[in-house]
Design a protein around this ligand. Sequence first.
Ligand SMILES: *Cc1c(COP(=O)(O)O)cnc(C)c1O
Length: 479
Amino acid sequence: MKYLSTRSTSTAPTERKRFCEILLEGLAPDGGLYLPETYPQVDAGTLARWREVYGASGYADLAFEILSLYIDDIPAADLRSICRKTYTETVFGAKEIVPLKELEPGLYLEALSNGPTLAFKDMAMQLLGNLFEYELARRGEEINILGATSGDTGSAAEYAMRGKKGVRVFMTSPLGRMSPFQQAQMFSLMDENIHNIAVDGVFDDCQDMVKAVSNDLVFKRKYKIGTVNSINWARLMAQVVYYFAGYFLATVSNTEKVSFTVPSGNFGNVCAGHVARMMGLPIARLVVATNENDVLDEFFHTGVYRVRTSADTHETSSPSMDISKASNFERFVFDLLGRDAAKTQDLFGGQLSEKGRFDLSGDPAFKGASQRYGFVSGSSTHADRLATIRQTFEKSGAMIDTHTADGLKVAREYLQPGIPMIVLETALPIKFAQTIVEALGREPDRPARFVGLEAMPRRVTRMAADVVQIKSYIAAHCG
Ligand SMILES: *Cc1c(COP(=O)(O)O)cnc(C)c1O
């Protein structure tokens, strides 16, 4: 399997890369995102075998089957042991790894949030940690991961990379802006290779610092700076697996169809659903759910993609979906346009940076978004989240978090008789306790291993939003 950039118009073989070449990279040099040259097709026989594999040997072996189609430069035995080391009942708390909870007949939650940091990002990040360690050891190299987080990504990255050989993490976050639980989760890590940096500023200040460091190519090379942000192909690929697993759990036969609803921000999670569907998984609809930051919902309704400024990005009670532009969206648009790289370059490299928007409403391809690719969308508000959390708790006794509530609210608008609807549970309520208290008048359930978390000793460095300071901090803590 070879990978190409969404903006590469050249068909030269040198423009095609193998999995391990893009594993440690972010954007392609031309500014595009990597995608496989073709989507491997899963025929009826393979799908039947995979159902068996998941039922009999488990999620790790299912992951191996799927990943093998995308990775041909890691020996099979090694890849299988990486999968088995990653997806264990000990780490994810259930034998199925992603068990389904039935809320009512035909409506399910798929539990993706029982990993170390209680958000779905662990599903991919835990694998990434093991893949990084493997590949760096093989090359005899090191990497310093520099990132900015407003919550879930940073903690998932730190818990995936803690104690890993050859990897250091420098994670910036806006001082005092994450939920108390999220702060405690990150700052209580005592591992030598994990560096928490609390920045006097907002998330955008953190992001700007990271960008400034990454744009200094000399510094970047010298200190082997890398990232693990949501555009990383390996993360997306790892997420494809739980669409298959969810399908097998919700159906008894491979002739059935299901739909998925995905609480969305950067379009990474639902893009993995798109890839699963392109491989042939019988998915009827992919429902994109947004909060008040409805960039994606607007696109699927109008064909206009209009990114927001940071001033126009609302701070909501589902903060991990507070995005102004969806960094993975280019992958889907590339497919939507019949993989026309020149057009993708014009939209994302040209129109979007010049005018902050593009308009596909008059393009015949836009109709295909829902007819051909199954995409529909909806949005929700703070009041919707409160009502959904309350109703769900009263009706079924299930306590859901604010992001999952965005999903469930929108899912209900797209239920179809005879087609199971699976809502992806992207975080547990304990991460966003304040809104749960507002909705239910009580504290959310706390998994036993997190009792006393906020009282643990902390390891965090406070810093001004200053590029010079972060560079010297990195230089002082490398090697
Ligand atoms: C990251 C995140 C999302 C958004 O996922 P994308 O892949 O960015 O669309 C939704 N919910 C939670 C809890 C998250 O952490």
